[in-house]
Design a protein around this ligand. Structure first.
Ligand SMILES: Cc1ncc(COP(=O)(O)O)c(C=O)c1O
Length: 412
């Protein structure tokens, strides 16, 4: 299996702050996903909630089958810019949006039997009226959390999760109405976050043990996202075998919704140091950057246990081992919010940081770019593609830059 190639990015050629996607690395991930598809016949839909830079759908759609969306806006984007294979899941649908959802989505997945019952007549009416094919699915929840390193924050099956039908509810619904599954083409489960093939095997066993007897007669089973399929050490051949066996055993097509893995390690958030502040009551220095953790990387504030790898720096989590006068920094954002800083981790650099130095947050695209805001009026980082030109030279191609009007329009 081809290993992830080295980055060719020259940060000197990037005006900060910027989200920079490296085309070669993006294609590397996509080639891996396409290989899995080609070997198994499974279908893969790009999860737009993870990364939705639509000008680059012209690349991703060459490798993947369609999009996975969770809102009407995402559905429109998938339909308009990717293709007509738009697969939607939302925890609940709004009546006033549902007809539009039917227009854009080829598959609609429901989170409960009550939602399915409520919207089933609208689906039938739409299909009759338009002659278009629409498939419906049901999200299931096997109550499997596996190794949950983030205290339930990212586990869709943690106790109290609103996502998916549990087996007890499932059986009750079928008891009340034995025809409750009529019209349901497939089941969907999304139970992983950044997990290995071993975790998939374990999680899938929990799904099959609870719901396997209901798979007969379905067209597809959707495994969701959260698998680290594009990591160098992921057991790709193991996955291929598992998917093939699963499809044969239940006579279904496996669907997957990769998100993070599409852009994993395929881009960075480039920022610059604006100032360095030293305080005698802490052992580290504070580097103020021309970006904002609140506005540009909100997941890292929500979950301080997520590592933020920075090029050329070592992450230190234990403040007590930081040596005074070392080049250890707390990275802080440029807004005036007290908490706009990376909590729970410090970065040890080889050399002291000074104003103007570039700080490259690796794997900086997934979930950051889609969640970016212009909070505090902070400049939204540019979106840049790093690519090889016709003469074989690498350089930046600006995809989008943001200005005062973008900020103003969002405020009123
Ligand atoms: C329903 C669904 N599918 C797919 C994904 C993509 O997951 P990931 O980006 O971890 O691959 C998510 C992420 O939350 C999701 O909720």
């Amino acid at each position: 299996m081809k290993k992830r190639p080295a980055s060719t990015l020259d940060p000197k050629k990037i005006k900060s702050a910027a989200f920079v996607i490296e085309e070669d690395l993006l294609r590397h991930n996509l080639e891996r996903l396409k290989y899995i598809k080609d070997q198994t016949g499974c279908k893969m839909f790009q999860a737009l909630k993870t990364w939705a830079t639509w000008p680059l759908f012209s690349i991703t759609k060459k490798y993947l089958d369609g999009t996975e969306v969770s809102s009407l806006n995402e559905a429109k984007l998938g339909y308009e810019k990717f293709n007509r294979s738009v697969h939607m899941f939302a925890p609940a649908y709004k009546e006033e949006e549902f007809n539009e959802i039917l227009k854009y989505c080829s598959t609609i997945i429901f989170n409960s039997f009550s939602q399915w019952k409520k919207f089933k007549p609208a689906v039938s009416k739409f299909v009759k009226k338009t002659g278009l094919k629409r498939e419906c699915g049901l999200r299931i929840n096997p109550e499997y959390t596996g190794k949950d390193e983030h205290s339930g924050l990212w586990s869709p099956c943690a106790p109290g999760s609103r996502l998916g039908v549990r087996i007890s509810e499932f059986k009750e619904a079928l008891k009340a109405d034995p025809k409750a599954l009529d019209g349901i083409s497939g089941f969907h489960f999304h139970i992983f976050f950044d997990k290995t093939f071993e975790d998939l095997k374990e999680g899938l066993k929990a799904v099959e043990d609870k719901f396997g007897e209901y798979f007969a007669g379905r067209k597809w089973i959707n495994f969701g996202g959260g698998q680290k399929m594009t990591d160098d050490d992921y057991d790709v051949e193991g996955l291929i075998k598992l998917v093939k066996n699963f499809q044969q055993k239940y006579n279904v097509t496996v669907h997957m919704e990769p998100g993070a893995v599409i852009v994993k390690c395929a881009g960075v958030l480039v920022s610059s140091v604006l100032d360095v502040v030293e305080r005698d009551d802490v052992p580290y220095k504070i580097a103020i950057l021309d970006m904002s953790f609140n506005a540009h990387t909100p997941d890292f504030l929500l979950s301080t246990d997520l590592d933020m790898p920075v090029t050329g720096a070592v992450i230190i989590r234990d403040e007590s081992i930081i040596k005074k006068n070392s080049n250890t920094y707390q990275l802080a954002g440029g807004t005036c919010v007290t908490g706009d800083k990376l909590l729970g981790q410090y970065h040890l650099f080889k050399n002291p940081l000074k104003a103007g130095d570039k700080v490259l947050m690796e794997d900086g695209i997934q979930y950051n770019l889609v969640q970016c805001t212009m909070f505090n009026g902070v400049q939204h980082p540019d979106i840049v593609l790093w690519k090889k030109n016709s003469k074989g030279k690498y350089g930046p191609k600006l995809i989008r830059t943001f200005n005062y009007q973008d900020f103003k329009k969002r405020m009123g």
